[in-house]
Design a protein around this ligand. Structure first.
Ligand SMILES: CC(C)(COP(=O)(O)OP(=O)(O)OC[C@H]1O[C@@H](n2cnc3c(N)ncnc32)[C@H](O)[C@@H]1OP(=O)(O)O)[C@@H](O)C(=O)NCCC(=O)NCCS
Length: 315
């Protein structure tokens, strides 16, 4: 009874906090609409038939009339029924894979567990026609033409981001692109696809030694034990998404701009970018062979100057 009351109080407080946040953005940011967002996506080169892996910041877009569902509708307008959308729906109790592994009796249940990846993934999860992969820490959700294929085998994949995972299937889709809406080059899961594909040959030892099995339920309530390998926390602290690694984020931005792979543009009020997935992956392989990874030290970055701008580079 007491637990129930506490839960209700927490939910009320969160609803109040969210309403206050939305009010603040409504009063202080430029207003944007679904049609305006779709036009921005088109200018970024997003076209019908594209499959997008989207990382986002809702607040950075300005005040969106209709909130997160309107952004999702704009993304759907942009890729059309022949395209597909993929968003992170990670549920990370404790904040990291390692913390999830340390939780006694943790069982991921897609019917009960939401996501910690922000307001857009939350709304996407609740949208009609969206499928969710079964994974204890890095579940993804997908809509559109490839949704079933992208999500169906995650719990049977030998590693989170490797063979059989949504990332490896995403790279195989025609017109697959990684889209950053109002975010830097930091919070981009796609980088890990290369790590899992290369395994021990990846130039940085990113994982702890032991692979663990974490329990999940599927949509029918059947239990699966899914392998996960926690990241080594000391290595993760030097990663591109760590607040202290602005140098690495800036390097990657300049590198992908110079290589002519990153298309930059404004979506709503947000500086946004888009990179074709296969070319993104190939360039990450090339950089890794030159000792530049998302864990590179300042000395390693200094030893490899950013590429010369390609004649194909786009502003
Ligand atoms: C962490 C992160 C999500 C924060 O971005 P954010 O814009 O502050 O958060 P959300 O996208 O959840 O949006 C919530 C904000 O939108 C604002 N908001 C509410 N209604 C809104 C509306 N109609 N229009 C615009 N903004 C609105 C809210 O004020 C809220 O901010 P608040 O919580 O400070 O009040 C973002 O920086 C990020 O890293 N995104 C990528 C996440 C990811 O994919 N990670 C995986 C990589 S490994």
């Amino acid at each position: 009874m007491l637990e129930q009351a506490k839960r209700a109080a927490r939910a009320a407080l969160e609803a109040w906090r969210r309403a206050a946040g939305a009010r603040h953005v409504r009063q202080n940011a430029p207003h944007v609409t679904r049609a305006g967002l779709a036009a921005g996506l088109e200018r970024l080169g997003i076209a019908p038939g594209d499959t997008l892996f989207v990382h986002s910041s809702l607040k950075s877009l300005g005040y969106v009339e209709g909130g997160a569902p309107a952004v999702i509708a704009a993304l759907q307008d942009a890729v059309g029924p022949q395209g597909a959308l993929l968003l992170p729906a990670y549920y990370l109790p404790g904040g990291t894979v390692r913390a999830a592994c340390a939780m006694p009796d943790y069982v991921f249940d897609p019917r009960r567990h939401g996501t910690h990846m922000g307001r857009l993934p939350e709304a996407f999860l609740a949208s009609p026609g969206v499928r969710r992969s079964i994974h204890p820490t890095h579940s993804v959700c997908a809509w559109g033409r490839h949704a079933a294929n992208l999500t169906e085998a995650h719990h049977r994949a030998p590693s989170t981001f490797g063979m059989g995972s949504p990332w490896q299937r995403f790279i195989g889709c025609e017109h697959a692109k990684v889209l950053g809406l109002g975010i830097s080059m930091g919070p981009v899961t796609f980088y890990h696809a290369l790590e899992d594909a290369m395994g021990e040959a990846f130039p940085v030892p990113v994982w702890e030694d032991e692979t663990r099995l974490l329990a999940c339920l599927d949509h029918a309530g059947r239990r699966w034990d899914v392998p996960v390998r926690p990241f080594d926390p000391a290595v993760a602290r030097r990663r591109i998404d760590h607040p202290g690694r602005e140098d690495l984020r800036e390097y990657f931005q300049r590198e992908f701009d110079a290589a002519g792979l990153r298309v930059n543009g404004q979506v709503g009020d947000a500086a946004s970018w888009c990179i074709p997935a296969q070319a993104f992956y190939d360039h990450l392989c090339q950089l890794a062979s030159e000792h530049v990874t998302i864990y590179a030290s300042a000395a390693q970055l200094a030893a490899r100057p950013v590429s010369q701008p390609s004649p194909h580079a786009r502003a």
